[in-house]
Design a protein. Structure first.
Length: 79
C-alpha cells in the first residue's frame, strides 16, 4: 500500500519497500538467468512476447490505468 489511508498522502516507507521488493525480484531473476546464459535473456523474451501482442497489452494497460484511477477517485471520496 503506497497511499496513507489516514492522512491521504503517499506512504514513502511503502514506496521504498515496494521498490526494494521489485529490485530484489529482478536481481534474483537476472542472477538465475546469468547462470545458464545471459543475464538479460528473460527481459528479451518478455519484450518479444509483449511486442508480438502489442494491441492486447495496450488495451490491458489502458484498462488497468483507468481502473486504478477510478478506484483511487472512489477511495478518496471524489467519485
Amino acid at each position: 500500500m503506497i497511499r496513507d489511508p489516514i492522512f491521504g498522502g503517499i506512504d514513502w516507507d511503502g514506496v521504498r519497500q515496494l521498490a526494494f521488493i521489485i529490485l530484489s525480484i529482478f536481481s534474483l531473476l537476472s542472477f538465475g538467468a546469468a547462470t545458464s546464459g545471459h543475464w538479460y535473456d528473460p527481459y528479451v523474451w518478455a519484450w518479444a512476447y509483449i511486442s508480438g501482442r502489442a494491441p492486447l497489452f495496450i488495451g490491458l494497460s489502458m484498462t488497468l490505468l483507468l481502473g486504478g484511477f477510478y478506484w483511487m477517485q472512489f477511495e478518496t471520496g471524489r467519485l
